[in-house]
Ligand binder design. Structure first.
Ligand code: ADP
Length: 414
């Protein structure tokens, strides 16, 4: 089955075509036919594209909205120019899998999209006003293009965390606010935490029930998850993706009273403070330079800039603090697993996060840490009581697999 995986944002659309079926899922032999991104939708859009042979293309074309972008994309993939011989016309797309950011309390697993499910995703707009409307646009565009006969599946960022118990998801605010407005922790990056937990147990030959780990997704957005018995027990992101770890442009945890102080002192609205905490804070905010960890590391090496160093230190300290917190809430873990652009590729940041954790049983092995970049592997010493691993995430693959499983009504393990 050729599954088109779609992640539609406000002006961008990330996509992959993955050919898979139940047998290939079992054998971990799914076939990624192509992938890419359309950015700047609404004007002269930039299309980046890569096929299975690794041939890349980058070009611009005017695309007025998500619908036009999807239409263009499918026609491009099916043209000779793309170099994807498996795709000759739109009929070669047999299913569509959508990343949907917020599934609220209703969606505890991936769902086949019908009118009722679409309405459910719309009902979650209040919880994710910046994300769900764009995801819905992607779903509607695909329906328009392929018709109702091509099944579509929604895979939710929040779903994996549905197992978090009440004591971890409740905020200590008046209970009626939870009843009235569903104010609670939901957690995000669920597809990534779930995929990495799955790969960890495959790597170690463990069952789902034997999987007790702390996963750290460190990309542009960052989150930690405490996974016990294969299920999410707690996570650092909250009602929105703003809570928890320090991120590229998000502050993560702070004293909630600060929101009002900033609003008053800077003469800006609550909404503007929210934007400031989401888009101008984190690594970018402290360094004053960039949200990109690679650039910060290069800058540190070249100029030893104080604020760049501070940004990296605050980032690493917060991550270490969460490992400690989750070790306590889980009653100990069997491993710490790093993923995401930073977690997969930066031995330096991993080493900084795990520094001085020998007391907690975690000892990084400098050689294997350095050698494990962009691939799966153990990065701790053999005598480390709490081992650490790096495992590249693959959210698109999990979306494609869930799409197939949901369509064939196979139970999909979390
Ligand atoms: P997103 O959360 O948007 O999916 P990614 O998972 O791609 O983002 O992660 C992006 C982050 O990963 C950026 O801060 C980038 O600098 C960082 N990154 C990627 N490669 C490296 C590397 N080799 N060393 C350090 N940081 C890296």
């Amino acid at each position: 089955m050729n599954v088109l995986v779609v992640n539609s944002g406000s002006s961008s659309l990330k996509f992959q075509v993955i050919s898979t079926d139940l047998e290939r899922i079992q054998q971990h032999k799914d076939d990624r036919l192509c992938q890419g991104e359309v950015e700047g939708i609404g004007g002269e859009a930039i299309v980046t594209f890569k096929n299975k042979q690794g041939e890349s293309q980058k070009f611009t074309t005017p695309l007025r909205d998500i619908s036009a972008a999807l239409d263009f994309l499918v026609r491009f993939i099916c043209s000779e120019r793309s170099g994807v011989p498996e795709m000759k016309n739109a009929g070669d797309v047999q299913a569509v899998g959508h990343r949907v950011v917020h599934g609220g309390e209703r969606f505890t697993e991936s769902a086949l999209i019908d009118d009722d499910v679409l309405k459910g995703i719309e009902d979650c707009i209040d919880l994710a006003p910046l994300h769900n409307p764009n995801n819905i646009k992607g779903i509607c565009a695909a329906r328009e293009l392929f018709g109702k006969s091509v099944p579509q599946v929604a895979v939710f960022d929040t779903a994996f965390h549905h197992s978090i118990p009440e004591q971890a998801y409740m905020y200590a605010v008046p209970y009626h606010l939870y009843r009235r407005h569903r104010i609670r922790r939901y957690g995000f990056h669920g597809t990534s935490h779930r995929y990495v937990a799955f790969r960890y147990r495959a790597l170690r030959g463990l069952t789902r029930e034997q999987t007790n780990i702390i996963t750290l997704h460190l990309g542009n957005g960052c989150s930690a998850a405490a996974i016990r018995g294969g299920s999410s027990l707690d996570t650092s992101m909250g009602m929105t993706p703003l809570e928890g770890l320090v991120m590229g442009t998000r502050s993560g945890d702070l004293d909630p009273a600060i929101v009002n102080v900033i609003a008053r002192k800077e003469g800006i609205s609550g909404f503007e403070v929210d934007t400031l905490l989401n888009t101008q804070s984190g690594l970018l905010g402290i360094s004053g330079l960039t949200n990109d960890m690679r650039e910060l590391q290069a800058e540190l090496k070249e100029h030893d800039d104080r604020r760049v160093r501070l940004a990296i230190e605050v980032f690493c300290y917060r991550a270490r603090k969460y490992i400690g917190a989750f070790l306590a809430s889980m009653g100990g873990a069997d491993a710490v697993v790093f993923t995401g652009g930073i977690g997969e590729n930066s031995p330096d940041i991993r080493a900084r996060i795990c520094a001085n954790m020998e007391g907690a049983g975690l000892k990084i092995d400098p050689a294997s840490n350095q050698a494990t970049v962009g691939r799966e592997g153990k990065i701790s010493t053999d005598d480390s009581k709490l081992p650490a691993y790096a495992i590249p995430t693959d959210e698109e693959l999990l979306i494609a697999r869930d799409t197939v499983r949901v369509i064939l009504s196979e139970p999909h393990p979390s």
